[in-house]
Design a protein. Sequence first.
Length: 140
Amino acid sequence: MEVRVTSRRWRAVGVAVVTVAAGLGIRSQTGGAFAKYAGDALYTVLVCAVVVLVAPRLRPTVAAGAALAFSWAVELWQIAGIPTALHPLFGATFNAPDLFWYVVGALLGWCLMSGGRDEARERAAGPGSATEGAPSVRSR
């Protein structure tokens, strides 16, 4: 199981690096609504990667859900007023469309962190089984 945890952490590191690079590239090459909403989605992807780094045994769906919950909580916190010192990290103004783009980011994070694995099949087979991580085969 330790090899699997390590590979999940390495995947999360890779996702985080690519996400930051994509965000910087988008910000430097584009502007306006595209850059803003892409940044929202990438923020949630990055949070998902950090969740997996901290808790690599979590299923990707749980990690993506936690990232989405965190992103939404930060956005809703903006209504109450975030302290000025935290504005660079969390923003300052509530914007309802951001909530949708956080969902997009959570879905992208889930896709990147799951790596195409069939979580339901792995869960049903149990840890250490021969089918864990094996490609899905369907009969006709």
